[in-house]
Design a protein. Structure first.
Lengths: 156, 75
């Protein structure tokens, strides 16, 4: 039986959208898939050694369930983003959902390959020393070298 | 049922029960049995799907007082 393959393109850097790539990648790896994640644009934030700046905002996110209805004028007040992030992290913890760092480590342990988009790194002038060491840098054609052979390819 | 190793996934949510089951199986030998306890009801279908896709055998899947107990035989 040939090994199945999955590729994910991770383009978002918010706390909510950080979960799907890491959850799917760690699960696929557990099922025996060979997995690569291509991090581009805001997804690059998920490669930082320190993930504490990964946040969630109710602003422009009308589908986010809130404990009390909150008008947009209130959502934009200073401190609301930090508060929403704190509440979301508490909720994740209460429900036994792993912190992002743990899921990312589980991916790495399971040999999920992380590729950072070199163009976006240059565009946003990211400092590579702020990223974890297990990252390879490459471009779209490098990604297609793997993605073209996959059974599943997702854009998150 | 006899088992060779035990792993408690109580309180853990998707995908941890599966990912850590896979991890627990890694250093076991073929034919050995792993007992997994979980509280995530999603694990019931996930464990079966894990077994189906990886070739390990889910010997039993039961519920006891809000806990889900699985016995997985390594391929």
């Amino acid at each position: 039986m040939t090994t199945k393959k999955m590729a994910i393109i991770a383009t978002k850097g918010t706390l909510d959208m950080a979960y799907p790539p890491f959850i799917l990648a760690s699960t696929a790896a557990a099922l025996g898939y060979d997995v690569q994640i291509f991090f581009t644009f805001y997804g690059l934030q998920l490669l930082r050694k320190d993930l504490s700046d990964v946040k969630i905002s109710p602003l422009a996110n009308p589908a986010m369930p809130m404990p009390v209805p909150m008008p947009v004028m209130v959502q934009m007040l200073p401190g609301m983003e930090s508060m929403a992030t704190m509440m979301m992290k508490q909720k994740l913890k209460k429900h036994g959902v792993a912190p992002l760092e743990e899921l990312r480590d589980l991916c790495l342990e399971a040999d999920v390959k992380f590729i950072a988009c070199q163009m976006t790194v240059d565009l946003f002038e990211f400092d590579k020393s702020e990223f974890i060491d297990q990252v390879e840098y490459g471009g779209a054609s490098m990604f297609f070298g793997f993605a073209g052979e996959t059974d599943i390819c997702l854009f998150v | 049922m006899n088992f060779d190793k035990e792993f408690d996934a109580s309180g853990m949510s998707c995908p941890l029960p599966i990912v850590k089951t896979k991890k627990a199986l890694t250093d076991m030998e073929s034919g050995q049995v792993l007992k997994v306890t979980a509280t995530d009801c999603g694990a019931v279908k996930d464990m079966q799907a894990f077994a189906d896709q990886t070739g390990n055998t889910l010997l039993s899947s039961t519920e006891e007082g809000g806990k889900y107990i699985f016995f997985m035989k390594k391929k």
